[in-house]
Ligand binder design. Structure first.
Ligand code: SF4
Ligand code: SF4
Length: 250
């Protein structure tokens, strides 16, 4: 009897005994008996007010120096004027919030604004990640649950992954001198916590979820509502989905 058959038989015999709690979900998922977890992220641009609390929380949680202009997540501001001009910026990643109406340093009278919105960005944890493909030493890799990680011990700082990422989310860590990026706060989500940015957002604009858990509200929204991913045409298959996507988003 194969290991898989053995586990299946055991599952039938053990029905009602809570087999997953006995064997562990990892064993059952590797045997193909239950669907493994796959992390996804939902950004609701309708709810983001550009306060920047998420950016500050991320820097603190992940030890990115506060005053260095690099960040694992950031918030972009878009202001569209009635004459069609689009102004977009993200000073210090939106860390300090957008308290003044001065996109790209230009004061725009309220009556000239057709629409304005904020767009949080982060690593898309691509299913086909070019950053992983180009790493010559295997220092960046995908986990079984769909997150792209960087192993600081193996990274040689060549920067290939930074150049390969079509979303510009990677940078050199100013202290550790290795490639750095968002990892959905993997150290937190694997312990049942939310990412720091989600915890910090007072408006519910950011949500982690498991796309393979039909009971998870994020999975439900992604499967039933009109959501979009960034730069879909690149074929990277992002795991970050946007509600309220606007075609002006870069
Ligand atoms: S967004 Fe960039 S860094 Fe993140 S997985 Fe995709 S290619 Fe890699
Ligand atoms: S904390 Fe929430 S509302 Fe504030 S900028 Fe971040 S995503 Fe937007």
């Amino acid at each position: 009897m194969s290991r898989r058959d053995f586990l299946k038989t055991g599952l039938m015999v053990g029905a009602g005994l809570g087999l997953s709690s006995i064997l562990g979900k990892d064993i059952l998922s590797s045997a193909g008996i239950i669907t493994p977890k796959r992390w996804v992220f939902l950004v609701d641009t309708f709810k983001c007010v550009g306060c920047g609390l998420c950016v500050r929380a991320c820097k603190l949680e992940n030890e990115i120096p506060y005053d260095v202009p690099v960040t694992r997540t950031w918030v972009e501001r878009y202001v569209v004027k009635k004459d069609g001009t689009v102004l977009a910026d993200s000073p210090y990643g939106g860390r300090d919030g957008y308290l003044i109406n001065n996109p790209q340093g230009i004061v725009v009278p309220q009556e000239d604004i057709a629409k304005a919105f904020f767009v949080p960005k982060l690593c898309n944890q691509c299913t086909n990640p070019p950053c992983v493909q180009v790493c010559p030493v295997g220092a960046t890799y995908q986990t079984n649950d769909g997150v792209v990680l960087v192993d600081r011990k193996w990274c040689i700082g060549c920067g290939y992954c930074i150049m390969a990422c079509p979303y510009g989310v990677r940078f050199f860590h100013p202290v550790h001198k290795v490639a750095e990026k968002c990892n959905f706060c993997y150290h937190r989500i694997t312990k049942g916590m939310k990412p720091a940015c989600e915890d910090a957002c007072p408006f519910g604009a950011r949500h982690i979820g498991d796309i393979n858990d039909p009971a998870h509200p994020v999975a439900d929204i992604i499967k039933t509502q009109r959501v979009s991913v960034l730069k879909d045409e690149f074929g990277t298959k992002p795991s970050v989905y946007y509600l309220g996507y606007d075609s002006l988003i870069r």
